[in-house]
Design a protein around this ligand. Structure first.
Ligand code: UD1
Length: 417
């Protein structure tokens, strides 16, 4: 069983380059199904989730060709099946994003219902509400969601919550629908903007992505394109927290600092210096962390995907911090693991109270999800002795080369089989 072994490593120092965004490339890969012509995409991170999405595209009939280390060419000239099987959907919830594109290409999509996962029940009702409003009939059959339409027709759709996945799925389905769709209370994440830019570069007509109201004018057909994925703001944020917590001086390259404003603001409150230069950010810290309260919110609020990493850092703050999780109902699994390492944390409903001033000591811990795994690595860098992290596959879903990148800035960390 693969494990990550971390030893205390204070004062991380050096440069790290961030990869293309996982949460951008997954919907963009799904959107390649919208066009019969080829899409060339650059800066694709080499991640397990990306491999699962590529496999799914191939199962559906697309050709996926590697043109370079981080470049893929995808041609979905022929879709050979509109059924997405259990084996792939159960591996990754984001595979459900092929439903919108399949409905546009085949008027029919049968996709295994994505299950619950470690961070809460994560329903798909808002995706389905959008598809219904666009003229789709939806049935549930033997664990599959079966959606059928005679013709997708644009409509006004209000999302009860600004779900990232629902916004993306509906945007994709509306791209080739007849007439205009107005999506209200849409998610505003940078990854939504990247997806809209990708679709528009193929001839789509999407206005307002990145705001609460997105207008999608249906077009007849999309053509070929070439696109570069935006940098991963969560990968960047993770290394920024590692730098701040360990009292380091680390420059993060390939970032869009405007995407990281809530993270930068909270790191500054915690006492770190964050300097912004063009596509680089430098984090300098003396390792003395102030307590900070955090409330996760849809973008541009503080990202839920950074909550666990901040918990590790705030465990050594001098004073009490409160973390309030409002996006997912059960996203404090890492609190149990961190308490094995000596972190004084108590979870009460959707809040975690961190007493701070914890003396962390290495322990055997389990990555319970992707960001929880990253949080354990950060805690391991702060803890006396050795930390052994299992269930490493979660971490590989979202961080390419995390071990090498951290070693390069002085971390004592390695894989062990
Ligand atoms: C995406 C990100 C994930 C991030 C999350 C929130 C990808 C591949 N994943 O996930 O990393 O943590 O956004 O920023 O981009 N909800 C419903 N009904 C629905 C859909 C969602 O009630 O139909 C609820 C969910 O249960 C959750 C909340 O909305 O409580 C947010 O979910 P959503 O924004 O959809 O997250 P994902 O797109 O799954």
């Amino acid at each position: 069983m693969e494990r990550i072994i971390v030893q205390k490593s204070l004062g991380l120092n050096g440069n790290i380059r961030v990869d293309g965004s996982k949460n951008s490339i997954l919907p963009i890969l799904a959107a390649t199904l919208l066009s019969e012509e080829e899409c060339i995409i650059h800066d694709i991170p080499n991640l397990q989730d990306v491999r699962v999405m590529c496999k799914l595209l191939e199962v559906l009939g697309a050709k996926v060709e590697r043109l370079g280390k981080n470049t893929l060419k995808i041609s979905a000239e022929n879709i050979t099946t509109c059924e997405a099987p259990y084996e792939l959907i159960s591996k990754m919830r984001a595979s459900f994003l092929v439903m919108g594109p399949l409905l546009t290409r085949c008027q029919n999509a049968k996709i295994y219902m994505p299950g619950g996962c470690a961070i809460g029940s994560r329903p798909i009702d808002l995706h389905l509400k959008g598809f219904r409003y666009l003229g789709t009939e939806i049935k549930s059959e033997n664990g599959y969601v079966h959606a059928v339409t005679k013709k997708l027709v644009g409509n006004d759709i209000y999302l009860d919550f600004p779900s990232v996945g629902a916004t993306e799925n509906i945007m994709m389905a509306a791209t080739l629908a007849e007439g205009e769709t107005i999506l209200e209370n849409a998610a505003e994440e940078p990854e939504i903007v990247d997806l809209a830019n990708f679709i528009n570069s193929m001839g789509g007509n999407i206005i307002g992505a990145g705001t609460k109201t997105i207008r999608i004018k249906g077009v007849k057909k999309l053509h070929k394109t070439e696109h570069t994925v935006i940098p991963d703001r969560i990968e960047a944020g993770t290394y920024m927290v590692a730098a701040a917590a360990t009292g380091g001086d680390v420059t993060i390259e390939n970032v869009v600092s405007s995407h990281l404003q809530p993270v930068i603001a909270k790191l500054r409150e915690a006492g770190a210096q964050v300097l912004e230069y063009g596509d680089k950010l430098r984090v300098i810290s003396d390792g003395k962390i102030n307590p900070v309260d955090i409330k996760t919110l849809p973008y541009p609020g503080f990202p839920t995907d950074m909550q666990a990493q901040f918990m590790s850092m705030l465990s050594i703050a001098i004073g009490t911090s409160i973390i309030h999780e409002t996006i997912f109902e059960n996203r404090f699994m890492h609190a149990n693991e961190l308490s094995r390492m000596g972190v004084d944390v108590k979870v009460e409903g959707s809040s975690a109270i961190l007493k701070g001033s914890s003396k962390l000591s290495g322990a055997k811990v389990k990555a319970t999800d992707l960001r929880a795994g990253a949080a354990l690595i950060i805690a391991g860098l702060l803890a006396d002795g050795e930390t052994e992290i299992t269930e490493v596959f979660h971490i590989k879903r979202g961080y390419d080369n995390i071990i090498e990148k951290l070693q390069n800035i002085g971390a004592n960390i390695r894989y062990e089989k």
